[in-house]
Design a protein. Structure first.
Length: 191
């Protein structure tokens, strides 16, 4: 039976967050639910939500999360089907994430969120940690540290010093690191 709730998927780069989100979306789609897949427009790496294992799904890119209301209404009218589930990838990049997710839950949507939980300084990333208070299911994924090969990497190591909290990049800019190898604030690529 359908239930509005929040499923939260968090972890560092290269931990399989997008792959897990895609897996869950596929599962619900096969069961006949109408799923809206969303990513922030600031993530310009692809027009799809893609995993490192090659799976990808079509999505809607939004510059502001509150535009989700217009999208759900328009899609419901166009397809003559009500959206049941809204899934967000790279959700850490959205402002007002907590307020919007809380409101979507109040409007009886099932919500799935995939996001980094910490930034390159090792600090909480945006509203993501606050989502723990709304979640009834949290999956914390880890990566393999690219420095010591520890299989419990929980941080995204920036391969340059400093900069803004939001800098879009992939493994050319961020690599997974364990607690012993992680350097808050970034490193030079030679380290």
């Amino acid at each position: 039976m359908f239930k509005n709730n929040l499923e939260l998927i968090v972890g560092p780069v290269c931990s399989g967050k997008s792959a897990e989100l895609i897996r869950r979306v596929d599962r619900y789609t096969i069961a006949g639910y109408q799923v809206l897949l969303v990513k922030p427009k600031v993530d310009t790496r692809s027009e799809f939500i893609k995993s490192r294992n090659g799976t990808k799904l079509k999505c809607v890119s939004l510059d502001k999360i509150d535009k989700i209301y217009d999208i759900t209404i328009n899609m419901s009218l166009e397809d003559n089907k009500k959206i049941d589930i809204i899934a967000f990838d790279e959700a850490q990049f959205f402002d007002n994430l907590y307020i919007t997710i809380k409101d979507l839950l109040d409007k009886e949507f099932k919500v799935i969120v995939s996001a980094l939980d910490t930034d390159f300084r090792g600090e909480p990333f945006g509203d993501v940690p606050k989502l723990l208070t709304l979640s009834d299911h949290v999956l914390k994924l880890t990566s393999i540290c690219t420095k010591c090969k520890n299989d419990n990497a929980i941080f995204s190591q920036k391969l340059k010093k400093g900069g803004d909290q939001i800098e879009i990049g992939d493994t050319e800019l961020y690599l997974p690191r364990c607690i012993n190898c992680f350097v808050p604030g970034g490193i030079s690529e030679q380290e």
